[in-house]
Design a protein. Structure first.
Length: 701
């Protein structure tokens, strides 16, 4: 039975809920870190709030991150186990529970290891030092002589002096602070990190035992359905719920423009919702996927300077050849296999909501605002999440479930249909990137003038050695508004997909005009030795020096810096007669610092490459104004197994920097790599994604 902790807990009750063990609990801003709802919205100053050690030696780690299928549940546990000096198998992760876990900004941007990793390592290191102090008192040995291995503290000078973490705890709660911050291990001393350890969630997911939000069942729960408008921006004018109210067991609620139905059976809830007569007034369409870029290119918004150095005018005068081009990207759906789902239990004194979300600590605020509750009265529990890709940062389904639960006075579950998933998706925004550039007489890039329109500025900085640079970003990529007829949001590598597609396509165009090989041109204009190392690693594995593949085949490449992770991707394609691109081989080299779980990293890279095939070759939302025309996989084509090429991953070892992200960086170079390979194969340049057979045929001579 689920514990009710949707209200603030007294400290004694909180500790009772967690069970006996050693709690490393300390003050931050005068508050007890680890006590539900009494912490600021920021990482605690004392990182020890993140772990508990039980009397049997088992370790529970509390983190606000969630598991989206990327394997973070494994790598975060490795980081804690490494510094705490316990077996990986002894660590149990509790993720995304706002009643138990310290605040977190959300699971996005491939930043779990980069940002939370040091926090957990510090937590493990400090807990280890506290335990050594306790062991010194217990063993009557000097602390500086003691060592730790697999959760056992021992005195090397006396074989009989050893004690396990669990024995030190003896089921009691011990609070102790250190007066210093212990140092962290150097990567060369890792024993747990750097190993390909199995994921603890794999068996339940493979066998179907894993519970996602739509699988949660509690007593007295009802199933909810919401009556939807036909288009974004449509206004409700009339509603008649008479027929729906006659369905036995159904309750119908109307609250402003919100119309919802609940029933003890999901199919009957859907039947009742279908009987609601609702009339809407739609705004004129005005724009569709064929005309949206005209609107984007002409839209007014504030420009933000991303990067500026040198003098563009001087760079133009130094150039012997100038270039100008515009690169376009469409709206792309997240299309997770698990649709948005949530179960809400709203009571007078608080609410508990089980929801598949990437940001539990944002969901509590949104639900609290709708219910008129303080966020600390809303407990978010995050089960396994069946894919997020940025789209599950939005929690509309949880808000709907909470509204219905409050009105029905019973727990209500809302699980979106596939059509609702597509309709209410916050798509990757359609965007445009305009680039002007020039080459000097030595084939070096003399100036770079880039204007990003409604893609966001991530990865828009120039990585090449260019003396005169100006990069501007116009408008926001998130939230809708501006030129967008419906909401937009983060899609894997938000902004980076559009920006890298533009930049690395443009670099290839410059290389071709200079009569240089794309690899040689990049190396000629790269000064960053770390990037050069990654590029050379990819080229060696790919066999770039063997020359062009010839015939109807082509090769392409792209390189990038994604939030500190360096990537070079190379690929070979085959162009079929009907204009279809077949990707035969992809090699991706990635430098993300010390790799925590090599096999997990390779799986993430392979998954990103595979997902990248979709936005490059087929994925594009069709729409008319606020009406979404693609509402399922019958018309919206995601990658198929038959599309997957040979994929080789090169993990470039780099222990000189901290670990950074793995999951999103590989996907963002795929568009440019394929456009460049198409140019190599057929001599045509397409500056708009996706590279559909229709666009390829239209471009061919």
């Amino acid at each position: 039975m689920q514990e009710d902790v949707s209200r603030p807990l007294p400290r004694r009750d909180f500790l009772k809920l967690l069970g006996p063990g050693l709690y490393i609990i300390a003050s931050a801003d005068g508050l007890l870190v680890g006590q539900p709802f009494s912490r600021p919205r920021g990482y605690p100053e004392d990182f020890n709030a993140y772990l508990r050690i039980a009397g049997d030696g088992g370790v529970t780690c509390f983190a606000g991150k969630v598991e989206l299928g990327q394997g973070v549940v494994t790598s975060l546990a490795q980081l804690l186990a490494e510094e705490l000096e316990v077996p990986f198998s002894s660590v149990k992760m509790v993720l995304g529970d706002t009643a138990l876990c310290p605040w977190d900004a959300g699971t996005n941007g491939s930043r779990s290891i980069k940002i939370l990793g040091p926090v957990l390592r510090a937590a493990g290191a400090e807990a280890r030092e506290v335990l050594i102090q306790l062991a010194a008192e217990h063993l009557k040995s000097p602390a500086e002589r003691l060592r730790v291995e697999d959760g056992v503290v021992f005195d090397p000078a006396h074989a009989d002096r050893r004690v396990g973490y669990g024995t030190l705890v003896r089921g009691t709660v011990i609070e102790r602070r250190l007066g210093h911050k212990p140092g962290l291990k150097a990567p060369e001393h890792f024993r747990v990190c750097g190993r390909s350890l199995a994921r603890p969630d794999f068996r339940d997911k493979v066998t179907g035992r894993a519970a996602f939000s739509a699988d949660i069942r509690i007593d007295r729960m009802l199933y909810g359905r919401v009556v939807r408008p036909p288009a974004h921006g449509a206004r409700l004018e009339r509603v008649d719920t008479t027929a729906a109210g006659k369905v036995p067991g159904a309750e119908v609620f109307v609250d402003g423009d919100f119309i919802g139905v609940v029933h003890p059976e999901p199919d009957m809830a859907e039947r009742a919702a279908g009987l609601v007569e609702a009339e809407y007034a739609e705004a004129p369409s005005g724009v569709n996927e064929r005309t949206i870029h005209e609107r984007i290119l002409g839209a007014e918004a504030r420009d933000t300077i991303v990067e500026e150095k040198g003098e563009i005018g001087l760079g133009e005068r130094e150039s012997v050849r100038r270039f100008e081009a515009v690169y376009l990207s469409p709206y792309v759906a997240h299309a997770p296999l698990e649709t948005h789902s949530a179960l809400a239990d709203v009571r007078e004194d608080g609410a508990t909501v089980w929801v598949g979300t990437q940001r539990p600590f944002g969901a509590d605020q949104e639900i609290g605002r709708v219910l008129g509750m303080a966020p600390e009265k809303v407990r978010i529990i995050t089960p396994w999440v069946g894919g997020g890709f940025g789209g599950k940062s939005q929690v509309g389904q949880a808000v709907e479930a909470a509204r219905l639960s409050r009105m029905a006075r019973r727990p209500v579950q809302v699980a979106w249909t596939r059509e609702e998933e597509f309709f209410y998706d916050t798509f990757q925004p359609a965007a445009a990137v305009r680039i002007r550039s020039g080459l000097d007489a030595r084939h070096r890039i003399a100036f770079w003038d880039c204007h990003v329109l409604f893609a966001g500025d991530r990865s828009s900085e120039n990585i090449y050695d260019v003396p005169h640079v100006r990069t501007l970003s116009r408008g926001s990529a998130f939230g809708g508004g501006g030129p967008h007829p419906f909401p937009t949001g983060a899609w894997r590598g938000p902004g980076s997909n559009s920006n890298i597609f533009a930049r690395e396509s443009h670099i290839d165009e410059m290389a071709a005009a200079a009569g240089m090989d794309p690899l040689g041109f990049r190396l000629h204009n790269l000064k960053d030795e770390r990037m050069v190392r990654v590029v050379r690693a990819a080229a060696e594995k790919f066999g770039w020096g063997e020359g062009r593949p010839g015939g109807n085949r082509g090769r392409g490449m792209a390189c990038l810096d994604y939030l500190g992770t360096y990537v070079c991707v190379m690929g070979r394609i085959r162009l079929e007669r009907e204009g279809r691109i077949v990707v035969e081989k992809v090699v991706l080299a990635q430098d993300m610092g010390p790799v925590i779980n090599p096999e997990g990293a390779r799986m993430q890279i392979e998954g990103a490459v595979t997902m990248g095939l979709g936005y490059c070759l087929s994925e594009e939302i069709r729409f008319e104004g606020g009406r979404i025309l693609d509402l399922g996989f019958g018309t919206y084509r995601i990658p198929r197994f038959s599309w997957v090429p040979e994929i080789e991953c090169v993990l470039v070892d780099n222990q000189a920097i901290p670990s950074s992200g793995c999951g999103e960086p590989p996907i963002v170079g795929m568009g440019a790599m394929m456009a460049n390979a198409l140019s190599d194969a057929a001599g045509v340049r397409i500056r708009r994604l996706p590279l559909t057979p229709e666009r390829v045929r239209a471009a061919l001579p």
